[in-house]
Design a protein around this ligand. Structure first.
Ligand SMILES: Nc1nc2c(c(=O)[nH]1)N[C@H]1C(S)=C(S)[C@@H](COP(=O)(O)O)O[C@H]1N2
Ligand SMILES: [Mo]
Length: 558
C-alpha cells in the first residue's frame, strides 16, 4: 500500500512515527502532558480568532453595525467607571482606543484558551462558553447606537458556529492523538492503528496555522473595507454653495500672505483638513449615508423639525473661521485647530422649531450615541454657532463628522461640537448631562484663553547672536485675542507682532524676533483677550474644565 498516498487522502500523516512504525518520542507530543494542554489552548485561541474574524467580516459588509469586538469595546468605554477610562488614558494617552480594542482581543484569546483546555475533556462546557461569549457580543451589538438586534443575532450565531466548529475540529485532532491504548503504547503506535483517525503534531499545526492565517486575512480584509470610508463617493458628489465662501476665502488668502503667517515653523492660520486634530470616542468612524440621514430638532420646541441633507444644504449658510479646541489639550498641546466652517446658523433652525420658555439646555446626539449639551443662551448671545456641513471648502471629512456637525465658537468640543449629528434636543440644564459630564468633566465648557509657542521647539539648539523667530498661535474664540507677550528668562514681557485677524473666533498667529545670547534660555508666552483678561500663570490640568498656565520652553543658544 502506498502510505503516502493514503495519508494525503485521509488527512493523516505520520509525523512523529518512524517509517518502520517504531516509536520515536516526541518532545512536545499532542498525546499527553503539557503538549496536549498547549495544543488545546492553541485550538481555543485559534477558534476564538476565527469566530471574531467572522464577526469582523460580516460587520464590514453590514454597515453601520459594529463588529462584536468593537461593540464590546464600545460597551466597555460606555459602562466603565471614570477611573478606568482615566487610567486607560493615562497609560495609553490618545492610543487608549486601539489599546482597548487590543485588550478586548487579548481577553477573548485568553478566554478562548481556557475553553480549549476545558473542551479537551468536556466539549459541552466549551460550547456553553462560546455561546455565553456570543450572547455578550449579541447584547453589545444590539445595545450599540449603530447596531441592530438582527445583526447581533446573525453575527453572534455565525461567530459561535465558526468558533465551535474550529474548536471541535482541532480538539478532535488533539484527542485522537491522545487516545490511550490498552497496552499503554505511545501515540506513535496509535497513529499506526488504522482504526483510529489519528493526526500528528504536524497536521495539527498545519490546520491551526491555516485557520489562524485565514482569520488574520479576514480581519485585514474587513478592516480595509471599513477604512475605505464607504460614504466617500456620496461625499464627493456633494455640491456646496461656494459663493457664500468667497469673501472668507479671499480674506484667508490675504492673511496668509502676511509676514507673520509666513514664519517658518508656525502653525498655518487655517489648518488643512488632513492635519486637523481628531478626538472622538468612535472606534470606527460612522459612515453616514447622506441620502437617508436626517436631523431632528425636538424636545421643548413648538414644532418638532426633521430635515434631510438636501434641505439642510438648501438653507442659507454662513461661512466662518472658528478655532476649535479640546478640553483635554495640555498647555502647549496640539488638540486645537482653526478651520473655515460653513453651515446653517443654529438659531435659524431653533427659531423654526420654536424654542419654548424654560428650555435652558441645547443637547445634541450623534448617530453613534455620543452626546453633549450647552446653555441655550450660548446659541442666542450672538456668537458663531453652526450646524456645519463643510470644513475648509470641502464637505466635512468623514472623521470630522460628515454629513453634519455642530461648531459653536468659544465652547470646548466636549460640550458642543457633535460630529455625525443626528438630533438636537431642547431640554433643561438639570434634566440632561452629556457623555463626558458623569465622567468627571465640568458641565460648563468655555474655551480658556491660551497661547502656544510653535517655534523654536522645546530643547532646540539655536544659533547665538543671530536673529531667531519666536512664533506661535493664541486663541480666545468668541472674544478675540488682543495682545500676545513673550518673556525671555526673567526679562520684561515683550509684545509680539500679531498676524492678520480672521475675526474674534479664529486664533491669531504671533511673532517676536529675538537675538539669543549664548547659553540656556527659557521662553514663555501669554495672551490677553479682548475682554482684557490676561492668561493666568497658575497651572491647572485639563480636567475638569481646561488647562491653564503659560506655555514655556527652553532653548540652548551656542
Ligand atoms: N459624535 C461625536 N462627536 C464629538 C466627539 C465624540 O466623541 N463623538 N468628541 C467631541 C470632542 S471632545 C471634540 S474636542 C471635538 C473634536 O472634533 P474634531 O475631531 O473634528 O477635531 O469633537 C466633539 N464631537
Ligand atoms: Mo474634546
Amino acid at each position: 500500500m502506498n502510505n503516502n498516498h493514503s495519508e494525503n487522502m485521509t488527512g493523516q500523516d505520520r509525523d512523529g512515527a518512524s517509517p518502520a512504525g517504531t516509536a520515536r518520542p516526541e518532545p512536545w507530543s499532542l498525546s499527553s502532558g503539557p503538549g496536549s494542554i498547549v495544543a488545546a489552548a492553541v485550538a481555543g485561541i485559534v477558534a476564538t480568532g476565527a469566530a471574531l474574524a467572522s464577526g469582523e467580516l460580516i460587520a464590514a459588509f453590514w454597515s453601520p453595525n459594529p463588529s462584536p469586538v468593537i461593540a464590546v469595546a464600545n460597551r466597555v468605554v460606555d459602562e466603565a467607571p471614570a477611573w478606568f477610562v482615566e487610567f486607560g488614558k493615562s497609560i495609553f494617552g490618545l492610543a487608549d482606543k486601539p489599546a482597548l480594542v487590543a485588550g478586548t482581543v487579548v481577553f477573548s484569546g485568553l478566554f478562548g484558551a481556557l475553553l480549549g483546555v476545558v473542551g479537551r475533556r468536556r466539549m459541552a462546557l466549551a460550547v456553553a462558553g462560546f455561546v455565553a461569549f456570543g450572547l455578550l457580543g449579541l447584547v453589545a451589538i444590539a445595545a450599540d447606537a449603530q447596531g441592530s438586534a438582527a445583526a447581533g443575532i446573525v453575527m453572534a450565531s455565525l461567530a459561535v458556529a465558526v468558533g465551535v466548529g474550529v474548536l471541535w475540529t482541532l480538539l478532535s485532532m488533539v484527542r485522537a492523538a491522545a487516545l490511550p491504548t490498552a497496552t499503554g503504547e505511545t501515540d506513535a503506535t496509535v497513529l499506526e492503528d488504522p482504526r483510529q483517525p489519528a493526526y500528528s503534531r504536524r497536521s495539527f499545526i498545519g490546520w491551526a496555522g491555516g485557520v489562524g492565517a485565514a482569520s488574520a486575512l479576514g480581519v485585514v480584509a474587513a478592516r480595509s473595507i471599513q477604512a475605505r470610508d464607504s460614504v466617500n463617493e456620496a461625499r464627493a458628489s456633494v455640491e456646496l454653495d461656494t459663493a457664500a465662501a468667497e469673501s472668507v476665502t479671499s480674506a484667508v488668502t490675504e492673511a496668509e500672505a502676511g509676514p507673520v503667517a509666513s514664519t517658518p515653523g508656525i502653525t498655518p492660520l487655517v489648518v488643512p483638513n488632513d492635519d486637523f486634530y481628531l478626538i472622538d470616542t468612535a472606534l470606527v468612524k460612522p459612515q453616514v449615508d447622506p441620502e437617508s440621514w436626517t436631523l431632528t430638532i425636538k424636545g421643548m420646541v413648538d414644532n418638532e423639525l426633521t430635515i434631510n441633507y438636501d434641505e439642510l444644504l438648501d438653507r442659507a449658510s454662513t461661512v466662518a473661521p472658528v478655532t476649535l479646541s479640546c478640553v483635554s489639550n495640555e498647555v502647549g498641546g496640539g488638540l486645537v485647530g482653526n478651520a473655515v466652517w460653513q453651515g446653517v446658523p443654529l438659531v435659524d433652525l431653533l427659531d423654526e422649531a420654536g424654542v419654548q420658555e424654560g428650555a435652558t439646555q441645547i443637547a445634541s446626539r450623534s448617530v453613534d450615541g455620543w452626546s453633549c449639551g450647552f446653555p441655550t443662551e450660548a446659541a442666542y448671545d450672538g456668537r458663531t454657532a453652526l450646524v456645519a456641513v463643510a470644513m475648509n471648502g470641502e464637505p466635512l471629512p468623514v472623521r470630522h463628522g460628515f454629513p453634519a456637525r455642530l461648531v459653536v465658537a468659544g465652547l470646548y468640543g466636549y460640550v458642543s461640537a457633535t460630529k455625525w449629528l443626528k438630533e438636537i434636543e431642547l431640554t433643561t440644564l438639570e434634566a440632561f448631562d452629556g457623555y463626558w459630564i458623569p465622567r468627571g468633566w465640568s458641565k460648563d465648557g468655555p474655551i480658556k484663553t491660551q497661547s502656544r509657542i510653535d517655534t523654536p521647539d522645546n530643547g532646540e539648539r539655536v544659533t547665538a547672536g543671530q536673529q531667531l523667530a519666536v512664533a506661535g498661535v493664541a486663541w480666545a474664540p468668541d472674544t478675540g485675542v488682543d495682545r500676545v507677550e513673550v518673556q525671555i528668562d526673567d526679562g520684561e514681557w515683550q509684545e509680539a507682532t500679531l498676524g492678520e485677524s480672521l475675526g474674534v473666533d479664529a486664533w491669531r498667529q504671533w511673532l517676536l524676533a529675538w537675538k539669543p545670547t549664548p547659553g540656556r534660555h527659557t521662553i514663555r508666552v501669554r495672551a490677553t483677550d479682548s475682554s482684557g483678561y490676561t492668561q493666568t500663570s497658575e497651572t491647572a490640568p485639563p480636567a475638569p474644565d481646561g488647562a491653564t498656565g503659560w506655555h514655556t520652553i527652553d532653548v540652548e543658544a551656542a
